[in-house]
Design a protein around this ligand. Structure first.
Ligand SMILES: [Zn+2]
Length: 64
């Protein structure tokens, strides 16, 4: 049984190095793809945060 990696779309066989009945990097084929996915999420999150910050009005000046 092989699974397609959501990052590189390569079909891979889960390694025998399993914990809790799952492949080590499931659903990714390797630690590299796992880190790419994590980096993509962090990068997207950072972009959203920076966009909100730049669009947010200065409320501190109104408060005081
Ligand atoms: Zn992969």
């Amino acid at each position: 049984m092989s699974y397609p990696c959501p990052i590189c779309h390569k079909r891979f066989e889960p390694s025998e190095d399993v914990t809790c009945g799952r492949p080590k990097y499931y659903p990714f084929c390797s630690s590299r793809c796992k880190m790419i996915d994590l980096g993509a999420w962090l990068d997207a999150d950072y972009k959203v945060v920076s966009k909100v910050e730049s669009d947010a009005p200065e409320i501190s000046e109104d408060g005081f």
